[in-house]
Design a protein around this ligand. Sequence first.
Ligand SMILES: Cc1cc2nc3c(=O)[nH]c(=O)nc-3n(C[C@H](O)[C@H](O)[C@H](O)COP(=O)(O)O)c2cc1C
Length: 167
Amino acid sequence: MIPARDGQFDTDLLRQAFGCFPSGVTAFCGMIDGAPEGMAASSFTSVSLAPALVSVCVAKTSSTWPRLARLNRLGLSVLASEHGTVARSLASKNGDRFCGVDWTSADSGSVFVHGATLWLDCSVYNVVEAGDHDIVLLAIEALAMYPDVAPMVFHRSRFRDLTPMAA
Ligand SMILES: Cc1cc2nc3c(=O)[nH]c(=O)nc-3n(C[C@H](O)[C@H](O)[C@H](O)COP(=O)(O)O)c2cc1C
């Protein structure tokens, strides 16, 4: 085992360790001044059935989250296996993140990515500070699901497909 030193690890080592856990990738998006804004987030987790809650962890360094935080509604799209370019674009530092992204806005103002396997129309329920991230708890106000769409898998910094296990 590699021990923590004063409760800390080398950041690259910890990133590598966290990357052993496979996750999906979501697009966390809203409408600001008539234009879509958002970010890719792989930290999505389901939290509670009643009330219906999910969470996303956002880095305190994020410039997008403080802008999204002011909105009444936010869209979460669980990206599909074909969305590699979309995920990269929604994480880019420069340029129009939505260029080449097929998106739509709901009446609520939430922004969703076409072709996703799940859309959650959310409002912010609570924000919990956790180290260098905020845990954003989101209440699900409405949803649309497309279970036959294959999800994207993010593992060890790479986008992958789900492959059924051999029986
Ligand atoms: C696959 C993937 C998953 C990501 N997941 C998260 C995440 O869960 N939380 C987060 O704060 N940033 C995450 N990011 C980084 C953001 O998408 C974005 O690059 C970052 O917030 C910097 O941009 P900003 O300053 O506009 O927020 C992820 C990026 C990629 C490519």
